[in-house]
Structures are given as structure tokens and as C-alpha cells.
Design a protein around this ligand. Structure first.
Ligand SMILES: C[S@@+](CC[C@H](N)C(=O)[O-])C[C@H]1O[C@@H](n2cnc3c(N)ncnc32)[C@H](O)[C@@H]1O
Length: 368
């Protein structure tokens, strides 16, 4: 299927530093075609449409994911003809079309929160010859009028502890529910749950995926520099840590730490002093807590890093404790974790559903 049939004429594609660059099909047709045919995500909306092409920002709010990831997710979803499928996050409609080709378009329902995107996706799907049910609305509520579903796929990420419970409640026995899933600290992985048809679902983390969040679960932006400034003005004395900050900011360690560090986010600033020093900042917005570690050449050589902490939560101490847990448990890779969702709440576990690492109680919307 030609992805180009679903991609608008005016798009943004990230440059090497992750900044979306505008591309116009008429002005630079070869560049546009190379992006469409390449294995790259294509940004189709910034700032919920408030940033108008060719202006640009760092806040992508809709995109067509890279084709290899789309294929991998469809493989994990294991869609067969006749399956009743629910997709959350229609976007361009490209993945919806692939779902229609696999299941049959009279059994596919897709929900998009943004009305302008829904209209565009409907038109794309129509032109390509597909007739799924495309709804505008909050996909967190599922689509009760079309339920039950044999397959549920989200193409917007869920925050840990907040899988919308209607996705489970509307799933038939044996249904597969696939969703990108992440914490404020680590975005993210994919979760593949199997429903029991009685309101429960359980399944493993199956791989990496970094998606934009469901609209109601977006992180509050713009606080890292404020908290970094707060740390600087507080002039707290440095402590010394031997935990290498580079070990915890990505990969399996970051995933495991994110499970323990409730609502703690991270950001890295590179070369803050023109002498090659990087700063890793951990921060928790509601309590104005922050910890900054400087990764200097000298610290790297010595294996000792200066840390400053402010606020009621001692975030570096928490990170150290969470890292100790990860080491004590044999440095588990992310795929050794799994999730259980019931009406009562959500639990992440390691190796066995009985070995619970973290529990979240049911939220008001989840329990509805
Ligand atoms: C990565 S894009 C989807 C890509 C799409 N599957 C495609 O093939 O083009 C994520 C989409 O999820 C939508 N979205 C975010 N929150 C949503 C919600 N609560 N309900 C429905 N759609 C949502 C966004 O507007 C965005 O279009």
C-alpha cells in the first residue's frame, strides 16, 4: 500500500537533531517522496494545528509512524479476516487502511480526537477504497456502540498505570490489546495484553516504541529549564555519587527506574559550559523537586559525579535506590516485565504476575 496516499502535501520530517523541518510536495517533490517511501516518521501536525506549515516547533501532535514500526505492531496484533478491531489514534488513516486490508473494513473502528484530522483521514480512506467506521472523540472511552472487539490497538502512548479501562471492558475473550506504554522517565515500550472477556487482561512488555501521548495524558511541558534555574539559584552544595548518570538515562535501566520514580521526568543538556560537560536533570513538577548531575571529563575519569538536589523529594537518592533494585534483580531487560489490568487497578510485574513491582489503583475514568 502506498503511504503517499495518506500523507499530506505539507509535512515535517525530523532533522538529525530531532527538529521537524518543513517539506512541501510541490516545491520539493523528490524530498517529499523520499520521506514518504523512507522508513521514517512523518509529522503531520504540530501544536494541535496551532503551528501552521512552514512554521515549526518541537511539539508534534500527529504523525505517521515509521513503516517498520507500523508493520511490527500489526504483526504483534495478529489481525485476521473478520476480527472486530478498535484503533485509537487514526492520524492520517494509513494504519487504519492496513487494518481494513487485514480484517475487512466493515469490522474496523478507528477513533481520532482531533476533528480536522478525522476529516482528512476519512477522505484519504475513502479515496483508497476503504470504509471503516471513523469516529471523532476521546479514544480512551473506547467505542461502546461497536464493542466487543477482538483486537484493540492504540497508536498514542499510555502513561503507566493509566491504560483506559474501557479498552479492557470492551474486549472479547482472547482479544489482543496492544498499546505504546511509558513513564515520565522512559518513553517507552509496547504492552501486549490478552483479555479474559470478564474485565481482566494480562501480558508482557514486547518491545520499544516512543509515541506521542494520549491527549489527556500529555506531560506538562517547559518545566525542565525552570527547575534547572531553581537549582542554580538555590546554590545547594554538591554531593558526590558513583552512580554513572549515563547508565540510568536510557535503555533497560531507565525503563526499570521509571517504574519506581513516580512522575519523575528527565532531560539532558549537552555541553553546558563549552567544555564538554553534560547535565542530567531529574525533576518532579508537582513538588518542585530536582536533582542535577554533571558529567564532566574529570568526573568520567574518576567515576565520581557531582550531584545537587533540591525539594522535598531527594530524586537522586530515589534514583540510586531504584538502580540498586534493578541490580539486585539481575538487571532485567524490559521484556521481562508485564502488566495486569483489572477493574481494581493496574500492576506491573517482573517475570511473573505474582512478582509485583508497582501497583496503581483504578482511576475514576478507568473504573467507569
Ligand atoms: C502517532 S499518531 C497516529 C498515527 C496513525 N495511526 C497513522 O497511521 O497515521 C497519534 C494520533 O493519536 C491521536 N490521539 C491522541 N489522543 C487521542 C485520544 N484520546 N483519542 C483518540 N485519538 C487520540 C492524535 O491526535 C494523533 O493523531
Amino acid at each position: 500500500m502506498d503511504r503517499g496516499a495518506f500523507i499530506p502535501d505539507r509535512i515535517w520530517v525530523d532533522d538529525a537533531r530531532g527538529r521537524p523541518q518543513p517539506i512541501d510536495r510541490t516545491a520539493t517533490p523528490q524530498q517529499w517522496r523520499a520521506a514518504v517511501d523512507g522508513d521514517t516518521p512523518i509529522v503531520t501536525q504540530l501544536d494541535d494545528g496551532a503551528t501552521v506549515w512552514p512554521a515549526t516547533s518541537l511539539n508534534a501532535t500527529s504523525s505517521a509512524s515509521e513503516p517498520s514500526l507500523v508493520r511490527a505492531m500489526l504483526g504483534a496484533l495478529a489481525v485476521a479476516p473478520g476480527h472486530r478491531v478498535l484503533e485509537i489514534g487514526t492520524g492520517t488513516g494509513f494504519n487504519t487502511a492496513l487494518l481494513c486490508a487485514l480484517a475487512g473494513d466493515d469490522t474496523v473502528t478507528s477513533i481520532e480526537v482531533d476533528p480536522a484530522l478525522t476529516d482528512r483521514a476519512r477522505a484519504n480512506l475513502h479515496r483508497a477504497g476503504y470504509r471503516p467506521t471513523v469516529l471523532t472523540g476521546d479514544g480512551a472511552a473506547g467505542a461502546p456502540s461497536q464493542a466487543p472487539f477482538d483486537r484493540v490497538i492504540a497508536t498514542a502512548a499510555v502513561t503507566a498505570g493509566h491504560i483506559p479501562y474501557p479498552w479492557i471492558a470492551q474486549a472479547s475473550e482472547g482479544a489482543v490489546i496492544l498499546a505504546p506504554w511509558g513513564t515520565a522517565f522512559h518513553n517507552g515500550v509496547q504492552i501486549r495484553l490478552i483479555a479474559d472477556g470478564h474485565g481482566n487482561a494480562v501480558g508482557p512488555v514486547i518491545g520499544a516504541a516512543s509515541f506521542m501521548a494520549l491527549r489527556a495524558q500529555r506531560a506538562v511541558r517547559g518545566h525542565a529549564s525552570r527547575l534547572s534555574d531553581l537549582l542554580d539559584t538555590a546554590a545547594v552544595p554538591s554531593e558526590i555519587t558513583s552512580l554513572d548518570p549515563r547508565e540510568i538515562r536510557s535503555g533497560d535501566a531507565a525503563f526499570a527506574l521509571g517504574l519506581h520514580l513516580a512522575d519523575v521526568a528527565q532531560s539532558t543538556a549537552h555541553d553546558i559550559d563549552d567544555a564538554g560537560t553534560d547535565e542530567l536533570l531529574l525533576y518532579h513538577v508537582p513538588s518542585d523537586s530536582a536533582a542535577a548531575v554533571h558529567i564532566t571529563a574529570q568526573a568520567r575519569a574518576a567515576g565520581h559525579y557531582p550531584v545537587r538536589q533540591i525539594g522535598p523529594r531527594r530524586l537522586w537518592d530515589e534514583a540510586q535506590t531504584a538502580h540498586d533494585w534493578w541490580i539486585d534483580h539481575g538487571r532485567p531487560e524490559r521484556t521481562r516485565f508485564g502488566l495486569t489490568v483489572t477493574r481494581a487497578g493496574q500492576q506491573i510485574w517482573c517475570d511473573d504476575p505474582g512478582a509485583v513491582v508497582r501497583t496503581w489503583p483504578a482511576t475514576a475514568t478507568a473504573a467507569a
